[in-house]
Design a protein around this ligand. Structure first.
Ligand code: ZN
Length: 72
């Protein structure tokens, strides 16, 4: 009998706490090419374009939130 290869199970450290994360709908601009997307900004400041899992079409995944509504 050969030794079995132990497949590491998926660790829980990659699981985000989305249920507790507050998101704000914002516009986001790519910091590289200037393309603008509809995005969500998490309470920690992370900006994720909606429907763009792979980031910007230019290949850069860094975005900056713009045009946030004043929560006043
Ligand atoms: Zn871009």
């Amino acid at each position: 009998m050969m030794s079995e290869s132990t497949t590491p199970k998926v660790s829980a450290d990659s699981v985000s706490t989305e249920s507790e994360t507050e998101k704000t709908k914002v516009a986001a601009v790519c910091t590289s090419c200037g393309e603008i997307y509809a995005a969500e900004q998490a309470s920690d400041g992370e900006v994720r374009p909606i429907g763009r899992k792979d980031g910007c079409r230019c290949g850069v995944g860094t975005f900056e939130a713009i045009g946030t509504e004043a929560a006043n």
